[in-house]
Design a protein around this ligand. Structure first.
Ligand code: MG
Length: 492
């Protein structure tokens, strides 16, 4: 490593330490913080965020960055470091401080208005804030700059190199097949069983979760599992990865959701040691991250092998499941039915929810529809694509926290993750010819090794699109996802 690279990485340490401390405080806020300690935490986070921003655009950072940029003999590692850090610095410099402050203020006001609007089931309370949020999103895009469409700039924040056209193409290719699969699958559903919902002993459930961590090779010496209302993965550092779960009466939900968060955590834990404490550390995009979480949730967590092992462990907690077979259980948890709530939806209809949000974001930003008319258009699209009508706005356009927090351009990354997870699985099946046997045997090490080798270890060295092409020898292709949905949900 050259001296100029060393200099840049040294300056980078302050920025990284500030950011990882922010994540740690955020984890603490969700998991441990006493109920009335929130005010000071908000102040701490505000100050640390400012310091982190200042560190990123400091003259030290810029000098070190420019020195390496001017270097004649840059290595490919240097180029990757410059690409990743350069994006961050440029974005931080392009957005005026006044706009950042305005966004931060709006986000907390808007969050409060969203909560009140939900309590009173009255969208008009939230509408003026959402209107401002979209206005500021558009301004942000203008400051960041974009190629063909201003939405490209917003997408790029979460999914490097992803364009509006990419998203339009993705949703065009899944819209009709998914709508058809959902309709067909509903006819094959088993009778919805009440047996899926029952509270269970938490201590016993926790023991099962700890065993899952072991089976998936999550390193508990450099990570931990805790309980909180919102399952999440907080990647404080590759050597300190915190995941959380929750125990709710929907029996299978906490297991799938823990598998999901473990999937996020494994990605962070398995980044090459070469990249730890450099800008290359960390998952490369939200879409790739979600492909990893969905892999463990939906491919492992819905497999027969997994439940052959884990269903018997559930039976002492839930005696009413005593006589149920693994096949019956899998049919029950793979229930396809449109529901108005995205987070409660099944694997098939989930992406139709995402598509609706993408179409509405674009329509609002394009000026084709007004924010105040959102409830109307939301209902129209739900009826068109899912055949259901939300009974009110709480079940409709007030359900997600994302817009309330000022996040626009994020939703498509969920669908990208769902598509990629099956594309990776397809390639993995070619490379690991005993893949199905491994699933049956709950022998996940070779599966994890494949993911580490093709995806995790690289961190952000390759852009998301390059990474997919390297791993799969082709560009992102929704066909594997569609075929998998047909196979899983339409074969009896
Ligand atoms: Mg996730």
């Amino acid at each position: 490593m050259g001296q100029k690279t060393k200099n840049l990485l040294e300056v980078y340490q302050d920025y990284q330490a500030l950011n990882s401390t922010i994540y740690l405080l955020e984890w603490d806020q969700q998991v441990m913080l006493p109920p009335k300690s929130g005010n000071y935490r908000a102040k701490q986070l505000g100050i640390l965020s400012r310091l982190s921003h200042e560190a990123l655009i400091s003259s030290n950072m810029l000098n070190a960055y420019e020195q390496l940029e001017k270097e004649q003999n840059k290595t490919s590692d240097d180029l990757a470091i410059l690409r990743v850090l350069g994006r961050k610095i440029r974005n931080a410099r392009k957005i005026p401080v006044a706009l950042s402050e305005q966004k931060a203020r709006l986000s907390s006001e808007s969050h409060a208005a969203w909560q009140e609007a939900r309590e009173k089931n009255d969208f008009s309370i939230f509408a003026p804030f959402l209107e401002k949020t979209f206005k500021l999103a558009k301004q942000t895009a203008d400051y960041l700059g974009y190629g063909n469409h201003f939405y490209d700039a917003l997408l790029d924040i979460y999914e490097e190199g992803c364009t509006t056209q990419d998203c339009i193409a993705i949703f065009d290719s899944i819209r009709v097949p998914l709508t058809n699969i959902a309709k067909e699958a509903e006819k094959l559903n088993p009778k919805k069983a009440d047996m899926l919902e029952k509270p269970g002993d938490k201590t016993l459930q926790k023991e099962i979760h700890l065993e899952m961590l072991k089976d998936l090779h999550f390193n508990t010496e450099r990570g931990r599992l805790d309980e909180c209302a919102h399952p999440m993965c907080m990647d404080i550092h590759p050597h300190d990865v915190r995941i959380t779960t929750r125990f709710i009466p929907l029996i299978y939900s906490s297991y799938l959701s823990t598998l999901h968060e473990i999937g996020h955590g494994l990605y962070e834990q398995n980044i090459s040691s070469k990249w730890v404490d450099t800008p290359i550390s960390g998952g490369v995009s939200l879409g790739i991250h979600e492909s990893q979480s969905r892999f463990w949730e939906n491919i492992i967590g819905r497999s027969k092998g997994f439940w052959n092992k884990y269903l018997p462990k559930l039976k002492p907690i839930y005696p009413h499941l005593q006589d149920i077979s693994v096949d019956e259980w899998i049919k029950l948890i793979n229930y396809v039915s449109p529901t108005p709530i995205r987070t409660e939806s099944d694997e098939v209809t989930y992406n139709l929810h995402i598509m609706i949000r993408f179409e509405l974001e674009l329509a609002i930003l394009n000026g084709d529809i007004n924010v105040k008319d959102l409830p109307h258009y939301w209902k129209e699209k739900m009826e068109k694509y899912l055949g259901i009508t939300p009974k009110n706005d709480v079940e409709g356009c007030l359900q997600d926290i994302h817009w309330a927090e000022g996040i626009i351009g994020y939703f498509p990354t969920y669908t990208i993750g769902n598509i990629l997870c099956y594309q990776f699985k397809n390639k993995m099946e070619q490379d690991l010819t005993n893949f199905n046997q491994l699933l049956d045997d709950v022998e996940y090490k070779p599966i994890l090794n494949w993911l580490v080798d093709k995806i995790h270890t690289h961190g952000q060295y390759y852009s998301p699109k390059e990474l997919v092409e390297l791993a799969c020898k082709e560009k992102m292709n929704p066909i594997y996802f569609i075929e998998a949905m047909k196979k899983r949900y339409l074969s009896t």
